[in-house]
Design a protein around this ligand. Structure first.
Ligand SMILES: O=C(O)[C@H](O)[C@@H](O)[C@H](O)[C@H](O)COP(=O)(O)O
Length: 244
C-alpha cells in the first residue's frame, strides 16, 4: 500500500530547490544501494525549474551521472530539437551540462525519427526500449509528474481514452487537450510501477486540481498516480491551498 505524503513549501522557487535536493538524495541513495538509479522526468514549467535548480546544487556532485538512467513520462510528439519537446527543455535546463551516458538517456521518439509521424509506432518503440532490460519496465526509483489544471499527469487527461488503459506501458495520445495534440505517454499502470511517484505543483491555477486529487477525486488522473512504496505531493502553498 503506497504511503501518501504531502510536503508544502512557501513558493515555487523554494519548491524547485526542495524537489531538486530530494532528487539528488534519492539518486545518491539508489547508487549507494545498487550502483545505479532510474529516474522518470516529466515536462512543464515546474519540472523545468526543478532541473535548473538541480544544476545549481553542489550536492549534485555526489552523483555518478554516467550510472543514471533517465526516462520520460510523456513527450510532445514533435521533431527532434523542437523547443516544445520535453526532452529539449530538460537538456537546456541541465541535462546537457551533466556527464550522462548518452545510451542511458532514453528520450521518447521524435516525429521525425525512425517511425516518422506514426505516434503509435513511436509508442511501441519506447515500450520496446523499456523492455530492453528484460522486464516490461525498469525499476524506476522515482517518477516525477507535473499536475495540470484539469488534474492530468504526463499525457493522461481526464475523460481521455488513454487514461483508461489498464494494459501496456506506453500509448500514443491524439487530440490532447493540452497542445500539441499528439503525444506519447506512459500508461497509468506504468506510472504506478515506480517505487516513488512525486507529483509536483505550484501556483494558484493548481489549487483546485490538487485539492481534488489529494482528496481522492478519481475522475482526475493525478488521483491515480501512486508509487509502490511512496507517493509524494510536493507543493507550494498556493497549489496546496485547498488540500484538507
Ligand atoms: O508534456 C507536458 O505538458 C507535461 O508532461 C504535463 O503533464 C505537465 O507536467 C503538466 O501539464 C504541468 O505543467 P506545468 O508545470 O507547466 O503546469
Amino acid at each position: 500500500m503506497s504511503k501518501t505524503l504531502v510536503v508544502v513549501v512557501p513558493d515555487a522557487d523554494t519548491l524547485a530547490a526542495t524537489v531538486a535536493s530530494r532528487l539528488i538524495a534519492k539518486i545518491v541513495d539508489a547508487q549507494a544501494e545498487r550502483g545505479s538509479a532510474s529516474v522518470v522526468l516529466t515536462g512543464g514549467r515546474i519540472a523545468k525549474r526543478v532541473l535548473a535548480a538541480l544544476g545549481d546544487l553542489p550536492e549534485a556532485a555526489a552523483i555518478n551521472w554516467s550510472r543514471v538512467d533517465l526516462w520520460w513520462g510523456d513527450e510532445r510528439f514533435l521533431p527532434a530539437g523542437d523547443p516544445e519537446r520535453n526532452e529539449t527543455q530538460a537538456r537546456e535546463a541541465v541535462l546537457d551540462t551533466l556527464a550522462l551516458d548518452p545510451a542511458r538517456v532514453h528520450a521518447m521518439p521524435a516525429s521525425d525519427g525512425p517511425d516518422g509521424d506514426d505516434a503509435e509506432a513511436a509508442a511501441a518503440r519506447y515500450a520496446a526500449e523499456l523492455r530492453a532490460g528484460g522486464t516490461d519496465l525498469p525499476a524506476f526509483d522515482v517518477l516525477m509528474l507535473g499536475v495540470g489544471e484539469d488534474g492530468h499527469v504526463a499525457s493522461l487527461f481526464p475523460g481521455h481514452p488513454v487514461f483508461d488503459l489498464t494494459a501496456g506501458t506506453t500509448s500514443a495520445v491524439h487530440d490532447s487537450p493540452k497542445p500539441p495534440p499528439t503525444r506519447v505517454t506512459l500508461t497509468l499502470p506504468a506510472i504506478q510501477s515506480a517505487d516513488e511517484v512525486w507529483l509536483i505543483a505550484a501556483g494558484p491555477d493548481k489549487t483546485d486540481s490538487v485539492g481534488r486529487a489529494v482528496g481522492g477525486d478519481k475522475a482526475l488522473p493525478a488521483a491515480h498516480a501512486t508509487g509502490v512504496s511512496k507517493t509524494y505531493w510536493l507543493l507550494d502553498s498556493a497549489a496546496a491551498a485547498s488540500v484538507a
